[in-house]
Design a protein around this ligand. Structure first.
Ligand code: ZN
Length: 286
């Protein structure tokens, strides 16, 4: 299944994208895609409900806004420097253990929402990433069992303000958390739809020009390693999102560096997980 949420910001309803591409409203199912949904067998219940009720579900108009594909999770955790060439372009070593940082969950937004460049920003940058959605509570899980704890996958753009992140002291979270810095979707594909998450092409274009074009085969730490590793330090809850890091081709790595300005258009995609498009706008202009 491909889970979507649609409607105005803050009033999104749950929906599904069907194999033919049509989008249907499943709010009659009675539950949004929350921690409680994932933690109570929601995907299986929804599948069973759909078998009986698909015909009655209203079709969503093609122009409807898509929101973040899951309801706001308890955590949005990111892995830094998880592709060797990206670590090199960032002037950093490939880490011996995964680099972990948080992004504020209030940064989550829809896949085609405008990117609002934060007030005072000079160095807002793009980062196409594969995001993993957790399906059940994970604490001290082994790598061998880690994929049992995954509900599905989604396309994520880990927007980053590198001056806030790297030049202002303290943790990376300051440069990762502005509103609209985490467009997630268009949909969350359930695990069964992505047979091998370690063989996915991911790409990003800026104003039509390819900037990032890589594959998740190049991960430094793969998904079982990352899920198991994180679960040694915290409980991962149903619906939590783990973003697995970006490949090379970010603006900071260009010579000279290139950062986003109002009017820029960012398009991105991952095999099997759809595409997204964000237009950059100045803070205060929207
Ligand atoms: Zn990132």
């Amino acid at each position: 299944m491909k889970l979507i949420r649609f409607g105005p910001p803050g009033q999104e309803k749950p929906g599904l994208q069907l194999p033919g591409g049509a989008r249907i409203d499943v709010s009659a199912f009675g539950q949004d895609y929350t921690e409680q949904f994932f933690g109570s067998g929601g995907l299986n219940r929804l599948r069973q409900w759909l078998a009986l009720h698909e015909k009655e579900c209203p079709v969503i108009p093609p122009g409807a806004r898509l929101g973040c594909c899951i309801a706001r999770p308890s955590k949005l955790i990111c892995i830094g420097l998880n592709y060797a060439r990206h670590a090199a372009e960032s002037g950093m070593e490939v880490p011996k253990e995964p680099v972990i940082f948080f992004k504020a969950t209030s940064a989550l937004c829809g896949p085609d929402d405008d990117l609002v460049i934060p007030r005072g920003s000079e160095k807002t940058d793009w980062e196409v990433e594969l995001a993993v959605v957790i399906g059940k509570r994970a604490s001290y899980v082994s790598e061998a069992e880690a994929l049992d704890y995954v509900a599905g996958y989604a396309l994520h753009n880990d927007y980053s303000e590198h001056a806030f992140q790297l030049e202002r002291g303290g943790q990376w979270v300051k440069g990762k958390s502005a509103d609209t810095f985490a467009p997630l979707g268009p949909f969350m594909a359930t695990k069964d739809e992505i047979p091998d998450p370690h063989q996915l092409r991911l790409w990003l274009k800026l104003n039509g020009e390819t900037m990032q074009d890589s594959t998740t085969a190049d991960f430094v730490f793969n998904i079982p390693q990352v899920v198991s590793y994180l679960s040694q330090f915290m409980s991962l809850l149903p619906g939590d999102v783990i973003s697995t890091g970006t490949p090379s081709g970010v603006g900071m790595g260009l010579k000279p560096p290139r950062y986003l300005r109002p009017g820029d258009v960012v398009e991105l995609g991952i095999d099997g997980l759809g595409t997204a498009r964000q237009r950059a706008v100045a803070w205060g202009s929207h």
